[in-house]
Design a protein around this ligand. Structure first.
Ligand code: ATP
Ligand code: MG
Length: 428
């Protein structure tokens, strides 16, 4: 038997319902925030990720799916969404559009060659936003507020926002030098990756999952002590705006994020739920004021986040938040094989009038049909037989009230509408 590739999963049943519900909510949320949808290719030139995500990030050094296409080009399955969205922003000269800033959102699968475990897959789905064209800290706060609001809408309670500032170029440079001095005597005791990071991007040592608990990590200089006045002011304003929105957050100097491109605000939203395990970061993001230049665009600031949908599903499950498939409005039953055509056309008419409908395609007897209608959670069963065809009516059985009615063919829509409305009023 052929099995699915390691680190991937199939979606069906309740998980499918949950995913579609999450996607629906995503769309409504982003409409409310005034963001536009963008879609970029699942594969891009490898160089985009090397230059965009950064040569020292785990994503690029260890996790990409690289391949050569038949034209001998180096391609990579996208490991994250930002690089592609930025490329598209530059390539389509969106910086020249009249409406600014450009606020976009995306949703799609990403590919990372990781060791599969709970909350860590090789094909993963991310929902994210990218905002281009403004350095205003109000946008950092807005971008942080979106996932918080989204989780709230879904009913998720156990979340924690942690953030930090990496400052502007000058502050980062000062901090980098302080880290080089500080870690100098410890370099030999750090993991191989960190030895390389020490040379290329010492900030990322703080993000190391291997050296995380070492004593020297605890006393490392803190970024917040190296922020210049401008960077401090930016960070202060982000916090002030979040306070205005009454969004609780924690400043955590250890948040540096795994990607090389961040400046100023970086943040993570953690699942604070018992039993979640160690892969508990639901969402991460921040400001990247030099990435667009780095990818050959005009100097343009940006800020965004990406959230993992698989980890969100785990969180919802742990908090007992479930999504059930809605049942059918109507299950149509031909009383005999010879009325199958009429039942089919009736089912079709119901569907076109907006009723969720299906029929028995397999000539089952009445008893098994009623069972199928139950499995499908059908509100009504519609019987189509000889008597019905002759008299131009159908028999409709209401599974909720157990009432049976004879309804004229041309009155079916009104009848069903009325019953469903009454039922909704009752539920309210
Ligand atoms: P981690 O530190 O857990 O590896 P990351 O820093 O690599 O996460 P990002 O690149 O910021 O994660 O991606 C944003 C979000 O996407 C993460 O917070 C997480 O929810 C999700 N995510 C990242 N990698 C995976 C994966 N392999 N499987 C499932 N979800 C993932
Ligand atoms: Mg990772």
């Amino acid at each position: 038997m052929i099995q699915k590739p390691k680190g991937t999963y199939d979606v069906y049943g309740e998980k499918g319902t949950a995913l579609l519900e999450i996607e629906k909510l995503m769309k409504v949320l982003m409409e409310n925030y005034g963001y536009e949808y963008v879609r970029t290719p699942i594969f891009e030139a490898s160089e985009l990720f090397h230059r965009g995500v950064g040569e020292t990030s785990d994503i690029v050094t260890k996790e990409t799916y690289d391949f050569k296409d038949r034209g001998d080009r180096n391609m990579t399955l996208r490991p994250e969404g930002t690089a592609g969205v930025v490329r598209s922003y530059i390539e389509n000269k969106r910086y020249a559009e009249a409406k600014q800033p450009i606020k976009t959102w995306y949703y799609g699968t990403m590919y990372r060659y990781e060791r599969p475990q709970s909350g860590r897959y090789r094909e993963l789905s991310q929902f994210g936003v990218e905002v281009f064209g403004s350095t205003d800290p109000i946008l950092d706060a807005e971008v942080i507020s979106i996932p918080v609001h989204f989780y709230q809408l879904l009913g998720l309670k156990g979340i924690k926002v942690k953030m930090n500032s990496l400052g502007d170029k000058e502050s980062r440079e000062a901090y980098r030098n302080a880290l080089l001095d500080y870690f100098k005597p410890y370099v030999d005791s750090l993991c191989e990756d960190c030895k390389a990071r020490y040379e290329k991007n010492p900030l990322r040592i703080l993000d190391c999952k291997v050296d995380h608990d070492k004593e020297c990590m605890k006393h490392a200089p803190k970024m917040t002590d190296f922020l210049n006045e401008e960077s401090k002011e930016h960070f202060r304003k982000v916090q002030e705006y979040l306070n205005y929105l009454e969004i609780p957050f924690e400043v955590d100097p250890n948040i540096v994020r795994g990607l090389d491109y961040y400046t100023h605000t970086v943040f993570e939203v953690e699942a604070d739920i018992e039993g979640f395990g160690s892969n508990n970061v639901l969402c991460g993001g921040g400001r990247y004021d030099h990435l667009i230049e780095q990818l050959d665009g005009p100097a343009t600031p940006g800020v965004g986040f990406a959230m993992g949908i698989e980890r969100l599903l785990i969180a919802l499950d742990l908090e007992g938040i479930h999504f059930h498939e809605e049942g059918l409005d109507c299950y149509v039953v031909p009383m005999d094989e010879e009325y199958k055509k009429e039942a089919f056309s009736m089912t079709n008419a119901l569907r076109m009038s907006g009723f969720k409908s299906d029929m028995d395609p397999m000539n089952r007897n009445l008893k098994s049909n009623f069972k199928q209608a139950d499995y499908r959670n059908a509100h009504f069963i519609m019987l189509v037989g000889e008597e019905e065809i002759k008299g131009e009516f159908v028999t409709i059985k209401d599974n909720h009230t157990k009432e049976e009615s004879k309804v004229k063919i041309n009155e079916i829509v009104d009848f069903l509408d009325e019953c469903l409305e009454r039922c909704e009023d009752h539920e309210d």
